[in-house]
Design a protein around this ligand. Structure first.
Ligand code: PLP
Length: 468
């Protein structure tokens, strides 16, 4: 590709993205392709000779685009959002252009120092305790794995890294915790049977009394309680574990406390939601994902720790070829996580925060929460629907209930969801709450407007009528 073509297609692609945003609502949210459709259209052998960008772009539009599920669609109500935004996209473009690999300070001082500053901004915006230090990880799963590994080292006086685990260590999380906790527990060598799930109350939040009971029982059995993972905003229903009570138990028993606020963390930029952080002073590590609700392209996960020394002691390694004369004066983020090579992720976060300002971000989050409250009212007022969990933020859990038994209701709601998603107009996903099949209306797309939420509700009601 020559210089001229690079410029030409650079402009063309930005134009295409801008048009895509304008036209996205005309596309089916959920891709319509069937398994294997895309593979069938792709050659099994790579080209011997280089192909033109014209042809590549044409194939992108004709082959790839139909196989894309449109996460940036205003009627994206599935899972949790993974927002992008124009300033974030432009920063990603610059990052790609620079092509810097930011493993240590020397390999791009600006990347390391910007990461430090932007995470300090985030710490202040969210209201995390002074002194907590931040680092960008690729995902909440990775950040939680880092927390589990650090907790393992702390409780074994950093011996597990040297000698392996000698005695079983136990991790606690609520029965509503995200699956990444189980994955992390397995990878970090705790063993799945040493992840003890704590029952939840009627709002799906962890019961602290049950946690304390479990810790005491495990101690009596000769096990070593090591770490608690509390969730602020569970995936199924955005339940908020009571941090203050959990934190006190952790302090009394010398347990590491990690907070998974992957989605909900963004809401803590609002003064009216800071109460959810009550007890944050007890926390050892905390993760939230700007790549979910804070307009920053995937991937960007903000991980904060109270004691960076413990994190570094867990991960640091000093091969001769990575030593520099500056190591005692700078932060080398390669020692703050698993990977050595690191993308320059701080740039997009910097662009987003500066471009929207804190107030711009707050305005968007407040709107999403308002939409969810509206939707909650409609569900509550409708004779055939019922709310299935408290609406703490911008997620509404609900189901159709015409009074039949639970098994029939589960099947009915499954059918309803399928029929809704088949329209291509909106996309919702489901979960199970205490054995009940529940539909999730997760509001958080940058471009979602009140009208989109109204239309979504009308569509849901009309599809429900068809199957009742
Ligand atoms: N924790 C919670 C509460 C989540 O909702 C999710 C994803 O939705 C995760 C962790 C995993 O996030 P990631 O994809 O960044 O690993």
């Amino acid at each position: 590709m020559d210089k001229e073509d690079f410029r030409k297609f650079g402009y063309k692609f930005i134009d295409w993205i801008a048009d895509y945003f304008d036209e996205i609502k005309t596309l089916p949210v959920l891709s319509r392709v069937k398994p294997g459709d895309i593979i069938d259209k792709l050659p099994s052998e790579p080209p011997e000779k280089g192909e033109s960008m014209e042809k590549l772009f044409q194939d992108f539009k004709e082959i790839i685009l139909p196989g894309i599920t449109h996460w940036q669609h205003p009627c994206w109500f599935a899972y949790f959002p993974a927002n992008n935004s124009p300033p974030s996209i432009l920063a990603e473009l610059l990052t790609a252009g620079l092509g810097a690999q930011c493993m240590i300070w020397q390999t791009s001082p600006a990347a390391a120092e910007l990461e430090e500053i932007v995470l300090e901004w985030l710490r202040k915006i969210l209201g995390l305790p002074e002194g907590m230090a931040g680092v960008i990880q690729d995902s909440a799963s990775t950040a939680t794995l880092c927390a589990l590994l650090t907790a393992r080292e702390k409780i074994t006086d950093y011996k597990a890294n040297q000698k392996g685990l000698k005695k079983p260590l136990v991790v606690y999380a609520s029965e509503e915790t995200h699956s990444s906790i189980e994955k992390g527990v397995k990878i970090a060598g705790y063993g799945k049977q040493n992840l003890h799930y704590i029952p939840t109350d009627s709002s799906f939040a962890m019961k602290p009394s049950k946690l304390e009971q479990a810790v005491m029982q495990d101690k009596e059995r000769g096990l070593i309680p090591a770490c608690v993972v509390a969730t602020l905003g569970t995936t199924s229903s955005t339940a908020i574990d009571p941090l203050d009570a959990i934190g006190k138990i952790c302090r009394n028993h010398g347990l590491w406390l990690h907070v998974d606020a992957a989605f909900a963390g963004t809401a803590f930029i609002l003064p009216e939601y800071k109460w959810m952080l009550k007890g944050i002073e007890h926390v050892d590590s905390f993760v939230f994902n700007p790549h979910k609700w804070m307009l920053t392209n995937f991937d960007c996960s903000a991980y904060f720790v109270k004691d960076p020394g413990a994190l570094i002691q867990t991960f640091e390694i000093h091969p001769e070829y990575l030593k520099t004369g500056m190591d005692t004066q700078v932060k080398n983020f390669r020692d703050w996580g698993i990977q050595l090579g690191r993308r320059f992720r701080a740039l997009k976060l910097w662009f987003v925060i500066r471009s929207y300002g804190v107030q711009g971000l707050q305005k968007m989050v407040r709107e999403h929460i308002r939409f969810a409250q509206m939707f909650k009212e409609w569900v509550g007022e409708h004779e055939s629907f019922e709310l299935m969990a408290p609406v703490n933020l911008s997620l509404v859990c609900f189901r159709l209930n015409n009074g039949q038994d639970e098994k029939v209701l589960n099947d009915l709601n499954k059918q309803l969801l399928e029929n809704i998603n088949q329209t291509g107009k909106i996309f919702l996903t489901h979960t199970s709450l205490k054995g009940k099949y529940v539909l999730r209306m997760a509001i958080g797309s940058r471009t979602t407007e009140e009208q989109d939420v109204r239309e979504a509700w009308e569509l849901i009601v009309s599809k429900a009528k068809e199957i009742l």
